[in-house]
Design a protein around this ligand. Structure first.
Ligand code: FE2
Ligand code: FE2
Ligand code: FE2
Length: 182
């Protein structure tokens, strides 16, 4: 594997792993503040980040040993309002800078597996940002967010509100590959 794409996979694994952990903590905080739907949203999206981390990790199966991961990590946790802002900042960085760049480099280097893994995450993060923005709007006015069932694709992490589709729009997985958070 080309070195630059390989480092990007390592970084993305680090970033997704940390996002997973942050969101689990943010879910616990939302629970304490009685924002049950925001907590459920954090748990669903944490699961999507776990899938992203796993997809990147699998692409690195040729490695053996320890490597340094450089990844964006949003620090300064607080109440749910602040945590949602941190979450939005992290998702925005991934959408606007990290994944578009990683995708282009992987394309240029002919690394198809890495490219696919980055594209799956990139498409998903856009949904995450939208859902967090919706949640922040409610929390800003002091109420829990109104939220239907949240579906997460077990293959690519794609996240949506509502019923699971017959096929995942991103990776084409079947309906039964979706996990519902309701
Ligand atoms: Fe992700
Ligand atoms: Fe995300
Ligand atoms: Fe999918």
């Amino acid at each position: 594997m080309k070195k630059m794409t390989e480092q990007h996979l390592i970084n993305a694994f680090g970033g997704e792993s940390q996002a997973y952990m942050r969101y689990v903590h943010f879910a616990n905080q939302a629970e304490k503040e009685k924002f049950g739907n925001v907590a459920r949203l954090f748990r669903a999206i944490a699961h999507a980040e776990y899938i992203h981390a796993g997809d990147h990790y699998w692409e690195l199966r040729h490695l053996e040993g320890g490597f340094v991961a450089n990844s964006m990590a949003a620090f300064g946790p607080g109440d749910t309002r602040k945590n949602l802002k941190l979450a939005i900042a992290g998702e925005t960085y991934e959408i606007e800078e990290m994944y578009p760049t990683y995708i282009e480099v992987a394309k240029f280097q002919g690394e198809k597996g890495a490219q696919r893994s980055f594209e799956w995450s990139y498409s998903t993060e856009k949904m995450h940002k939208m859902l967090y923005e919706k949640a922040l709007e409610s929390v800003n006015s002091g109420t829990d967010v109104e939220l239907g069932s949240i579906q997460v694709c077990e293959v690519c992490g794609y996240t949506l509100e509502g019923e699971a589709p017959d096929r995942c729009p991103i990776c084409n997985a079947l309906k039964d590959q979706f996990t519902a958070f309701e």
